[in-house]
Design a protein around this ligand. Structure first.
Ligand code: ATP
Length: 487
């Protein structure tokens, strides 16, 4: 808008100059108005722009719409009692709770929880993000914080509500440790203002304000923000487990024609590590695929394809050359063969249809959620990762760049073995152990496993080549076809 007005004004002045009008008074008046406007913005009397998003009271997001976060919701509900029952809190002489910090990975439902909290307490709700306070002009961030609190109070009054919830996403940007930023004076002033506003919150004044902060880097927050009386209630919002994923799938599948609800059990089992946002996207993608095929209902196949899409990205139109396709087939067959030999039943399907950054992909069958690994299991995963390049080497006598991410993954897994004290050097302290020793041990682990993988592939060379040759023609193999070829 500002750009448009300036453009029109400049155009008008040039036009007047061309037709011979004296424009000096017009320029002076414009400068005068501009000067006043800037002055008032700097004083904070004119709103630069609204901070945060206003969400109306009674927003229809409730805790019922959030899956897999039962513990987090329970903890948050407890904290919200402070808003719902102020008299009791005051009577008991309890220090009111001013801030709740939701800590967890992206897409796990932190924003949803804040919205549901507003619904639950019938509070006015205003949502913003830490990055909205980062300004080029010194002092603007602090003004924006003041404005945020004023807006919350006004909105509560307008909505006739006794309380307001301010949600600040990416709190680490606004509340990072003081002195840690380059332009630290500006950041520090903004944070100081937030601390001042929080200290000013009182339960005896109207409206009662609760701040809900969200971050996935609680370690970056300034300790002053975390001390009692500020964000002293921390709620962990974690990635959902299998039961949680099933609930989230149910929530997002509610308005979609699913062929058979029971397939969601398999999908929940196959999506270990997915966040709520991933699962929402998954149901959406499955519905889009069904629509594209003009089918009336969404089937398990649509869901499975949507999983690949969410993990790897959209199918690519680009077609690799025939030589590349052959190499990718050998590579993927290597992964699949070693996986099946080490853990029978572990291969669900493999494909050489390019998707996202991958030219091919082997999908594992659904397993139970796993949080602990033995050395043998980690070694197995390393062998599966190394098997792609090893298979290429057996077939062509050399490797390609296609194995770069496999090597990265195997190195990370080897590092995990060393760091968790499962390697031959025993228990180590990451900080005190020289890089050289860690490096040597990882290298040793990978080298031994590389030999083992190669040997296993050579011993099963016929199966390897038969799978590779078939997949060049058929592009994708499901489990049954894969087993048939293996035998
Ligand atoms: P970020 O940290 O990236 O801001 P977030 O934790 O705030 O993410 P949300 O914005 O709440 O995540 O979630 C994004 C979307 O993902 C939601 O609108 C919802 O559709 C879906 N979603 C995420 N978590 C859940 C959940 N637990 N239950 C149901 N849906 C969820």
């Amino acid at each position: 808008m500002k750009e448009l007005v300036s453009g029109i004004l400049i155009g008008l002045i040039i036009f007047l100059v061309v037709i011979g009008v004296n424009v000096t008074p017009l320029i002076l008046i414009t400068l005068l108005i501009g000067g006043f406007y800037f002055f008032y913005i700097a004083q904070g009397t004119v709103k630069f722009e609204n901070i945060g998003t206003d969400i109306r009271l009674g927003t229809d997001i409730t805790f019922e719409h959030i899956g897999g976060q039962d513990n987090a919701i329970k903890e948050l509900e407890e904290a919200l009692e402070f808003i719902i029952k102020p008299e009791e809190i005051i009577k008991m002489g309890i220090r009111p709770l001013k801030g709740v910090l939701l800590v967890g990975p992206p897409g796990t439902g932190k924003t949803l929880m804040a919205k549901a909290a507003a619904s639950y307490t019938r509070s006015a709700f205003i949502a913003t993000s830490g990055s909205e306070f980062i300004e080029v002009y010194a002092g603007m961030g602090a003004k924006r914080v003041r404005q945020l609190f004023n807006d919350a109070r006004k909105k509560a009054a307008k909505q006739n509500s006794q309380s307001a919830i301010i949600f600040i996403d990416e709190l680490e940007i606004l509340g990072g440790k003081r002195g840690s930023h380059n332009s630290h004076m500006e950041y520090d002033q903004t944070l100081n203002q937030l601390l001042v506003e929080m200290d000013g919150i009182s339960f005896r004044t109207d409206p009662r304000i609760l701040i809900i902060g969200a971050t996935n880097r609680a370690d970056m927050l300034d300790s002053a923000l975390l001390r009692p009386g500020r964000f002293d209630r921390h709620v962990q919002v974690t990635l959902p487990d299998k039961v949680g994923r099933r609930k989230i799938l149910d929530i997002h599948a509610q308005n979609k024609p699913i062929e058979n609800e029971n397939i969601l059990d398999d999908i929940a089992a196959a999506t270990f590590g997915f966040s709520g946002a991933h699962l929402e996207s998954l149901t959406n993608e499955a519905a889009i695929l069904a629509l594209r095929e003009n089918t009336n209902s969404i089937t398990e196949r649509h869901f499975n394809e949507a999983i690949d899409k969410v993990i790897l990205g959209e199918k690519l139109d680009k077609k690799p050359s025939h030589t590349e396709v052959e190499r990718v087939s050998v590579h993927e067959s290597g992964h699949a063969l070693i996986s099946e030999l080490l853990k029978p039943g572990s291969v669900s399907s493999l494909t050489i249809i390019p998707r996202g950054r991958a030219l091919g992909f082997m999908r594992k069958t659904a397993q139970d959620d796993q949080y602990l690994y033995t050395r043998e299991e980690l070694e197995g995963d390393i062998m599966v990762a190394l098997a792609g390049a090893a298979a290429e080497e057996i077939k062509y006598g050399n490797r390609s760049t296609g194995a770069a991410s496999d090597f990265e993954q195997s190195w990370e897994l080897a590092m995990k073995i060393v760091e968790t004290g499962l390697s031959s050097i025993g228990v180590v302290n990451r900080k005190d152990t020289p890089e050289e020793i860690m490096y040597k041990e990882c290298k040793e682990i990978i080298s031994i496993l590389e030999d083992r993988t190669r040997e296993m592939l050579i011993n099963n060379q016929r199966g390897l080549f038969s799978i590779a040759e078939t997949i060049v023609v058929e592009e994708s193999l499901n489990r049954e076809r894969f087993l048939e070829l293996l035998q």
